[in-house]
Design a protein around this ligand. Structure first.
Ligand SMILES: [Zn+2]
Length: 386
């Protein structure tokens, strides 16, 4: 097993710049982190990389992706293509994601379990990609959000079965569709599941030590999903004071997917028509999440829509800095906070000994210039420099 020394870089902690440090990587694990030239003499170094004028950030975590889809076309159009073709595209999507500095993703809804197979191929070293937590098939009501792609279930009994089936098929988390969405053009204020149905999913998932993310846009849906015990609200577009308070009281994370839609001018007419009602109303989400101290994890929704191509995390982070988040908040929401949401805080989210060696080498300090993430010098993924 090779031992690499990253010599003399400046470490970025969740909220500040730490002193110059040495990092020793053994295989895929961070073996030692400490002051420059102070590591134990017993550690034999095979390769030394001088990073003395560079900044070191933990690999980014994208909390909301759909690697099974290419993002160029509608999910509902894509799922009519040959499954095998889509599978090859997932390989490219994984590579693009990794090359943007994202070393861990929470993939929240694939196509016929392509997410499960992709994760397996990455874990077996067949292809390069980020560490993945996958949801398998999202669960919706009959005719719910994106139903041609989901597992449709109604009633407590079917919800339990649907949850157990996702776990059986390899899901690391459960995704439920609690309201309609921009893609399908359904009324986003209609709540799709009863409280008892949501509670049934949460009970089964939590018994299996896995978490539940709820796709929700409308405020009624945010309230019901939060009361039902879900761990995260995805999107949360129409968050208001009341629903924000209920999220806070129930310890629910917000997975913020807002932002990228402001960065592209070539969005098609039909898309604009579908997203504009939501777009107009989402402006307060960040402000309210801050006001009620709700933990924010950032997600690109890559693959899920036209304005979120794979590999766009650095651009989204830049955009969110323009929309009322500080660079510190944006970096926390892309590293340490999502590590807690994903339940991987023991292996990701910071640069510490014992964690997986997912490290970005940057030219400038991202806390003062977030755009340095556009040109990452080196990406270390599971101990390998790519
Ligand atoms: Zn999505």
């Amino acid at each position: 097993m090779k031992t690499i020394l990253l010599h003399g870089g400046t470490l970025i902690l969740p909220d500040r710049v730490k002193e110059v440090a040495d990092i020793i990587i053994k295989g895929k694990i961070i073996e030692w982190v400490g002051k420059k030239n102070k590591f134990p003499a017993s550690i034999k170094i095979d390769e030394e990389i001088d990073v003395s004028d560079k900044y070191l950030l933990p690999g980014l975590i994208d909390s909301h992706t759909h690697l099974s889809f290419n993002g160029k076309e509608d999910m509902l159009v894509l799922c009519k293509q040959e499954y095998e073709t889509l599978l090859f595209e997932t390989v490219r999507s994984a590579a693009k994601t990794l090359k943007s500095g994202v070393t861990t993703i929470r993939d929240v809804g694939g196509f016929n379990y392509s997410d499960v197979y992709l994760k397996k191929a990455i874990n077996e070293g067949l292809i390069e990609g980020p560490d993945m937590l996958v949801a398998g098939k999202a669960i919706s009501i009959t005719g719910g959000h994106l139903f041609p792609l989901t597992y449709e279930a109604d009633g407590v009994k079917e919800m339990k079965k649907a949850t157990r089936l996702q776990i059986k098929n390899g899901a690391d988390l459960i995704k439920i569709m609690v309201t309609g969405g921009a893609v399908t053009g359904q009324n986003i204020e209609v709540v799709h599941f009863d409280l008892e149905e949501i509670k049934a999913v949460v009970k089964v998932a939590h018994e299996h030590k896995i978490k539940v993310g709820a796709h929700v846009h409308g405020s009624s849906g945010i309230k019901r999903a939060s009361r039902g015990g879900v761990d995260a609200i995805e999107h949360g577009s129409l968050l208001d004071d009341e629903s924000a308070k209920i999220m806070k009281d129930n310890g629910v994370f917000l997975v913020l997917t807002r932002g990228l839609e402001f960065m592209f001018e070539d969005i098609s007419e039909s898309w604009l028509k579908r997203i504009s009602p939501i777009r107009k109303k989402t402006a307060r989400v960040i402000e309210l999440a801050h006001k009620f101290d709700i933990p924010i994890a950032i997600g690109t929704d890559a693959g899920g829509n036209q304005f979120a191509p794979h590999g766009s995390m650095p651009r989204l982070m830049e955009q969110l800095c323009k929309e009322g988040m500080s660079t510190t908040q944006v970096i926390k929401s892309s590293t340490i906070i999502p590590a807690q949401l994903l339940g991987v805080e023991d292996s990701a989210g910071t640069i510490e000994s014992g964690k997986i060696a997912n490290i970005l080498v940057l030219k400038d300090n991202p806390l003062s210039d977030i755009s340095t993430l556009r040109n990452i010098v080196n990406i270390i993924n599971k101990g390998e420099i790519i």
